[in-house]
Ligand binder design. Structure first.
Ligand SMILES: Cc1cc2nc3c(=O)[nH]c(=O)nc-3n(C[C@H](O)[C@H](O)[C@H](O)COP(=O)(O)O)c2cc1C
Length: 134
């Protein structure tokens, strides 16, 4: 796992919705928009699974996911890749339910998708585009 620098965390926090990419076991890509995503700590991102279908199926087959975030004012963009766990019980799940229901009590809050950050790339156009940061 790698620790997200401050500018990466700030860029993710400003991105809404966040595109979340997953891949099925046989290599079919999928991307879904997520509004309820937050940083748990420097190495961990929480995604609320309310309405995932292919995303949830893909995670169960292949835990690798990627997100991308862009701050148009700071002119920063990052791709973050990692592995996820689908959590449906315990304190992380209960905290996710409380957080989701504080936004909207009608949301199903099916599962907490806990992303462990493994790689970060610069995704801003220009001479450093695509460079691995961590
Ligand atoms: C602006 C926006 C925010 C969304 N936020 C979430 C979210 O936080 N959690 C969630 O499960 N679905 C969210 N959705 C719905 C999913 O993107 C949608 O259900 C999508 O079909 C999921 O992809 P999948 O069916 O391929 O898994 C959001 C959709 C939009 C348009």
């Amino acid at each position: 796992m790698v620790k997200m620098p401050l500018e990466v965390k700030e860029t993710i926090e400003k991105q809404n919705p966040v595109p979340v990419a997953t891949v099925s076991a046989d290599g079919v890509p999928n991307v879904a928009l997520v509004g309820l995503l937050k940083i748990l700590d420097d190495e961990t991102i929480l995604i609320a699974d309310n309405f995932f279908n292919k995303t949830e199926a893909n995670i169960k087959e292949n835990p690798k996911i990627s997100i991308v975030a862009y701050d148009s004012y700071a002119k920063k963009a990052y791709q973050i890749k990692g592995s996820v766990e689908l959590v449906t019980s315990g304190s992380i799940y209960e905290d996710m339910v409380e957080w989701v229901h504080s936004k909207n009590a009608n949301l199903p809050a099916k599962a907490a998708v806990v992303m462990h950050v493994e790689e970060i790339f610069n995704s801003m156009f220009g001479k450093h585009a695509g460079e691995k940061i961590l």
